[in-house]
Design a protein around this ligand. Structure first.
Ligand SMILES: Cc1ncc(COP(=O)(O)O)c(C=O)c1O
Length: 377
């Protein structure tokens, strides 16, 4: 089992901030990082590097690229060539860079809300236009609306996918990605596939890398951030099979003078990908167990419903039966002592929903559920 660690006093957004007026003992379940200590191998690698005592200008060695491709091959059966990899400081950086390179001011970027809220802001901050292709609920799960997508891509230069999808927790089937590719093929668009949650899965993950027919327009973004709970180490990789797109992305990053590497980040990444699998599988069991607890708890509640996601450590809870608008619902839960991410921050479609991060201890999840129950009884 991964080790739960108290994080107060570490400048953590999750544990060391709170909305004004929230109770002192608020349980934070919003930001998407985990309350678990990282794999021992990462800590040891960092210790060794720190002990060396010199942190001069450094580069990423061959072992870094080997570790990334070996992980993708071993964990996902993906065949990625080392030369396709463009190291970047973060996934959202990769989205921003690709948007800037392959569209102009005012151009449309299609996203599939309800979706990770920075997708909206990264588009707006770069003076592009958000074009929504909302997901649909088919009675069992969220699915893509292909007909609407076909229309929306007419007025866009970029499609930004979330795969697996945050917050609805879908791990897209290969058939769904292929259907998507058949539409994309007919349009003049670049596809960014944000696969940051790819390793946190409860079924087989399929990457856009498996869809060769769109290699001429594809940027896949991966990172060990979520997988091994190291998002503050700022490490991600764009995987770009097309040499022209790759060259542009490399030159852009160079033009911003983002080069060299943090030696601690390099050590952490290599050891995470080489030795972190066992820790990850145990962590997934803990997360899955917490999800089961929430789903079971919600079964006899008339004010909330919950389903088990196919991936991520995030749950998309449906509070629409309460009739409370977004802000009121958020505040009610906050006063009860639970800080969830409000649904509307993921788009209009999130009205009445709340996102809950369950990558924490079972005890904390159970206490949060008790507090929610009290708020609605
Ligand atoms: C879908 C998605 N993309 C990107 C990020 C953040 O990526 P990074 O910290 O590498 O910029 C998150 C974090 O929650 C996320 O959920």
């Amino acid at each position: 089992m991964p080790e739960f660690v108290h994080r107060k006093g570490t400048n953590s957004y999750k544990w060391d901030t709170k909305p004004e007026g929230a109770p002192e003992d608020i349980i934070p379940m919003w930001v998407a990082d985990m309350d678990f200590k990282v794999p021992e191998e990462i800590i040891n690698a960092l210790k060794r590097r720190i002990e060396h005592g010199v942190f001069g200008y450094s580069f990423r060695p061959r072992e870094y690229f080997d570790a990334v491709t070996a992980w993708l091959s071993d964990y996902h059966d993906l065949n990625v060539k080392e030369e396709w990899i463009v190291p970047i400081p973060g996934v959202v950086y990769g989205i921003a860079a690709t948007i800037r390179l392959f569209s102009n001011s005012g151009d449309g970027v299609v996203i599939q809300p309800p979706v990770y809220w920075p997708f909206f802001s990264v588009i707006k901050d770069n003076e592009r236009k958000v074009v929504e292709n909302p997901l649909k609920w088919d009675g069992m799960k969220y699915v893509m609306d292909y007909e609407d997508l076909e229309r929306k891509l007419e007025i866009a230069k970029i499609l930004l996918l979330c795969s697996p999808h945050n917050p609805v927790g879908r791990v897209w089937d290969l058939e769904e990605l292929k259907e998507l590719a058949s539409i994309i093929k007919k349009k003049d668009v670049i596809v960014i596939s944000d696969e940051i949650h790819a390793d946190l899965i409860f079924k087989k993950f399929h990457s856009m890398i498996e869809v060769e027919e769109i290699y001429d327009r594809l940027v896949v973004l991966t990172s060990p951030h979520k997988t091994f709970n190291i998002p503050a180490l700022h490490v991600a990789n764009a995987i770009v099979p097309n040499p022209d797109i790759r060259k542009k992305l490399l030159s852009f990053t160079k033009a911003l003078h983002v080069f060299g590497a943090n030696p601690l980040t390099v050590e952490a990444t290599i050891s995470a990908y080489r030795f972190g699998k066992r820790w990850l599988l145990e962590t997934l069991k803990t997360i899955e167990n917490n999800m089961d607890i929430v789903v079971e708890w919600a079964k006899d509640k008339d004010y909330v419903s919950a389903y088990k996601p196919e991936g991520t450590f995030l749950m998309w809870l449906d509070f629409r039966a309460t009739g409370f608008p977004d802000e009121e619902l958020f505040n009610k839960l906050l006063s009860a002592g639970v800080w969830l991410q409000n649904g509307k921050s993921f788009g209009e479609q999130g009205e009445g929903f709340m996102r809950m991060n369950v990558a924490t201890s079972k005890e904390i999840v159970e206490e949060a559920l008790k507090r929610i129950e009290k708020a609605f009884s």
